[in-house]
Design a protein around this ligand. Structure first.
Ligand SMILES: [Zn+2]
Length: 315
């Protein structure tokens, strides 16, 4: 799953199953239709970090191939991979076994299963949150850095700062002296920073309640909903996955306004003859306990969360 901000070319990858790098090469239908948009941001050189939720193969088997392709495509910048124990040795062993030598960039592994883990760059602050699965599994909470606002024109006028060079100097972060001799600092006239958008992207988990504290201030929760309740009753709890209802209940308690259900079992189809086997059964089960907006993940689906916190599927 990929996460990106409009303002930046950087993007972040959460989990890397087999086939991830092939998916990155496939142009989406809208790119094919409008060639001016063919400039794909999701290149391996724009990749700013990888976050792995747990060591199961469907979440990590794409890593060695993706890393090798990045080096063949000329990446030189170090690549940060935040992951629980086991992922670094899997990657390093795979590369060694394949006789990959002289990698042109460094792999910077950070253990996300250790207390106090956090990742920070110019776009996001990321923390990890422990989940419940057959192996140690984590969710990542991506908090966008607060947005620095433009200057408050009413304040500037009230303080008697004339338009022109002085406004420009303040905008550039310099203090100025107004015509009546007062020193005015940029912080005096800047609008308060707008809080950033926040999303949690979870790994496999059978206790979504574990995320309730982390859900504070979260706009979008991306969480697995492998089964519906009737199917979980049939297959039993041993796989340690969530139902749509469990996710809906936790998100309602946590005060999240949007959820995207993912990791949906292959037994549910988009076009099924009976409702119980359709992906819509998951939506309706979650919606029966959740008052916010529910979306269903599928390959190449893409959503935008605007600054007014409206979540829209991109066509
Ligand atoms: Zn798993």
């Amino acid at each position: 799953m990929a996460l990106a901000l409009d303002e930046s070319r950087d993007w972040y990858l959460v989990d890397c199953g087999e086939g991830t790098q092939q998916r990155l090469l496939i142009k989406s239908p809208q790119q094919i239709e409008s060639p001016q948009r063919t400039k794909n941001r999701y290149t391996l050189s724009n990749l700013a970090g990888i976050f792995i939720t747990h060591v199961h193969g469907d979440h990590i088997f794409g890593l060695p191939g993706l890393i090798t392709s990045a080096s063949m495509q000329g990446r030189r910048a170090p690549l940060t991979i935040c992951a629980p124990e086991g992922v670094e040795s899997f990657v390093r062993h795979s590369l060694k076994c394949a006789a990959v030598r002289n990698m042109p960039f460094e792999l910077n592994f950070i253990r996300s299963d250790q207390s106090g883990f956090h990742f920070q760059d110019k776009n996001f602050k990321v923390t990890s949150h422990e989940l419940s699965h057959r192996v140690p599994s984590y969710a990542y909470r991506f908090a966008e850095k607060p947005v620095i606002q433009s200057m408050d024109q009413d304040k500037l006028e009230a303080l008697g700062v004339p338009r022109g060079a002085l406004w420009g100097a303040l905008q550039n972060g310099n203090s100025v002296t107004s015509p009546d001799g007062r020193v005015i600092h940029p912080r005096d006239v800047r609008q308060p920073p707008r809080s950033g958008r926040v999303a949690i992207i979870g790994g496999d988990n059978d206790q979504p309640d574990l995320l309730i504290d982390a859900m504070k201030g979260v706009d979008v929760l991306v969480h697995e909903a492998t089964f519906t309740e009737p199917v979980l009753k049939k297959v039993g709890p041993q796989y340690m996955h969530s139902t749509a209802r469990m996710v809906g209940e936790a998100a309602e308690k946590g005060g999240v306004s949007h959820i995207i259900l993912t990791h949906i079992s292959g037994r549910y189809r988009k076009h099924a003859s009976d409702f119980a086997s359709s992906v819509e059964a998951l939506r309706s089960e979650a919606q029966s306990v959740f008052s916010g907006q529910i979306e269903l993940a599928e390959d190449f689906a893409c959503w935008a969360l605007d600054r007014e916190r409206k979540l829209t599927r991109m066509e």
